[in-house]
Write a protein of this length. Structure first.
Length: 117
């Protein structure tokens, strides 16, 4: 996403989540201003989704998500730091596939299975 304002985030959520999977019953997020904005809150209300923020200054309250983000960052960093990695755009889809099909030790399932069953 080149723009990341509240409206852009709501549009991306609509395109990447709502259109593919339908409206979630709950959107849990950190207290990022884009998710706390009136625009995103109105969007969540239109979808009939509840919007809940985690506790301020307590990343532990969103521990599973924080761990998932850490894993993603570490995985991407391995590929990006390789000086011979000239084909990052070709590798991205393979990287997404590898992450989506790796068993999560906490949930004991792959992200793909958790979404699609």
């Amino acid at each position: 996403m080149s723009d990341t304002g509240p409206l852009d985030v709501a549009k991306a959520f609509e395109e990447c989540v709502f259109r593919r999977f339908g409206a979630p019953s709950l959107i849990r997020h950190d207290r990022d201003p884009r998710f706390m904005s009136e625009v995103f809150q109105a969007f969540a209300e239109l979808m009939q989704s509840r919007s809940r923020a985690t506790l301020s200054y307590r990343p532990q309250a969103n521990g599973q998500q924080e761990r998932s983000v850490k894993t993603m960052v570490q995985t991407v960093r391995v590929y990006v730091e390789d000086p011979l990695q000239a084909d990052w755009d070709d590798i991205a889809e393979k990287l997404v596939h590898a992450i989506n099909n790796s068993r999560d030790t906490t949930r004991r399932e792959t992200p793909f299975y958790l979404v699609h069953g």
